[in-house]
Write a protein that binds this ligand. Structure first.
Ligand SMILES: Cc1cc2nc3c(=O)[nH]c(=O)nc-3n(C[C@H](O)[C@H](O)[C@H](O)COP(=O)(O)O)c2cc1C
Length: 178
């Protein structure tokens, strides 16, 4: 089976973030022919189009890992019915680059009650010509669960949802590469 590199971004900067835990768990649960790297967006400067031609090492690193990845996985919280600021900031930096368009995308929603941000995020991603793989998008009830990465892996139902999502994502992404 073809090995695929995937980039995962958490929209939360919180140390004990459910979204980050979900991505860390996904790294463990994903099939062995996937290699998931967690990208860093917390140290990106605030987006300013005047700075787009500047040499910004954290941005270069993000673009490089996105360019090398066959697919993008995003897990992000809802804040005041909107997309998290850090994630929107990162996406704005990626709008004009060549790395993002047509990239297959898997979305993980860690709070099923939070629907506004997911819809808004999908709109942004589609506007950026992202390729959302709907059958890989999953919703898992982590909010208030107190589950960390290990807890998610050990929770059969949640782990299974993630496994189904990442397997669907692998299949679609690998098929689109050929
Ligand atoms: C300032 C703030 C605003 C929030 N607004 C919403 C909201 O509008 N809808 C919602 O479902 N959850 C909302 N939440 C809850 C977060 O989405 C939730 O705590 C989530 O787990 C944060 O993600 P994390 O655990 O990855 O940091 C809000 C939390 C904060 C701190």
């Amino acid at each position: 089976m073809e090995s695929l590199k995937l980039l995962a971004l958490s929209g939360s900067l919180r140390k004990n973030s459910y979204n980050t835990f979900a991505l860390e768990a996904l790294k463990v649960l994903a099939p062995s022919h996937t290699e998931i790297a967690l990208g860093e967006i917390g140290d990106l400067p605030l987006f300013n189009p005047d700075r787009e031609l500047e040499n910004i090492p954290v941005l270069n690193k993000l673009k490089l890992s996105l360019g090398e990845a066959s697919g993008l996985i995003i897990a992000s919280p809802e804040y005041a019915h909107g997309i998290s600021g850090p994630l929107k900031n990162a996406l704005d930096w990626l709008v004009s680059g060549i790395e993002f368009p047509y990239k297959p995308i898997m979305l993980i929603n860690t709070s099923p009650r939070a629907s506004h941000a997911q819809e808004a995020l999908k709109e942004v991603l589609r506007t950026m010509s992202g390729n959302i793989i709907e059958k890989s998008c999953v919703s898992i009830p982590l909010l208030s669960s107190e589950l960390d990465c290990k807890g998610i892996i050990e929770n059969e139902e949640i782990a299974n949802t993630l496994i189904v999502g990442i397997n669907n994502f692998y299949q679609e992404t690998a098929a689109q590469k050929t």
